[in-house]
Design a protein around this ligand. Structure first.
Ligand code: TYD
Length: 206
């Protein structure tokens, strides 16, 4: 069977990507079913037993900024080797709730880690490997913070300032501008119906 495809969902906390992930997975699975392919849904940081352990640490324990970036990429290496690459080789499609763009946005944009360091880690961990499609849920930071306000006990990132999320959002948008063929930007202030329509088009194009 031909190699599967790798799709990632991105956006700042409160952008609403989680609301759309399960729906997108189900629609994609329906479309793929006749070909015998399945959709593997996963997330970062996490997606493997070791990755989920690292996620717990990353989301709840304070640490040096570079340690944070290194752990994100360590979890990613494991994720690629154990889950993503084997699934794509089998011909299945992989849908990941966040991937490397999140590291550039959060650790790079948000926390200010120089981009060249992240690029070096990216090359080391994934060579030239990139998602086939990245759906970026974009929303103004004040809207996102209102949405986050309703959420359960916030983690270390969700407690960050509005300025942090503005830098994170800007970096996401900058990356989308740099790779327009890979990114689809979804205006996440739209209604759920309007967003689903756009997601349907993205699936059709894939
Ligand atoms: P998130 O995906 O928002 O999950 P939940 O919906 O359960 O809160 O949480 C993951 C957090 O990790 C999010 O705040 C962004 C952060 N993160 C980074 O800072 N860098 C990364 O490379 C990744 C993958 C995530």
């Amino acid at each position: 069977m031909a190699r599967g495809r790798f799709i990632t969902f991105e956006g700042i906390d409160g952008a609403g990507k989680t609301t759309h992930l399960a729906w997108f997975r189900d629609r994609l699975a329906d479309k793929l079913a006749p070909s015998g392919r399945t959709v593997v849904m996963t997330r970062e940081p996490g997606g493997t037993p070791l990755g989920e352990t690292l996620r717990e640490i990353l989301l709840h324990q304070s640490m040096d900024l570079e340690t944070e970036a290194l752990l994100m990429f360590a979890a990613r290496r494991e994720h690629l080797a154990q889950v993503i690459e084997p699934a794509l080789v089998r011909g299945d499609w992989v849908l990941s709730d966040r991937f490397t763009d999140a590291t550039f946005a959060y650790q790079g944009g948000g926390r200010g880690l120089p981009r060249d360091k992240l690029e070096a880690l990216e090359r080391w961990v994934q060579g030239g490997f990139q998602p086939d499609r990245t759906v970026l849920f974009d929303v103004p930071t004040d809207t996102a913070s209102e949405r986050r306000g309703a959420a359960r006990e916030p983690d270390r990132f969700e407690r960050e300032t509005e300025a942090f999320f503005t830098r994170t959002r800007d970096e996401y948008l900058r990356r989308a501008e740099e790779a327009p063929c890979r990114f689809s930007i979804v205006d996440s202030t739209q209604s759920i119906e309007a967003i689903r329509k756009q997601l349907e088009e993205i699936i059709a194009a894939l």
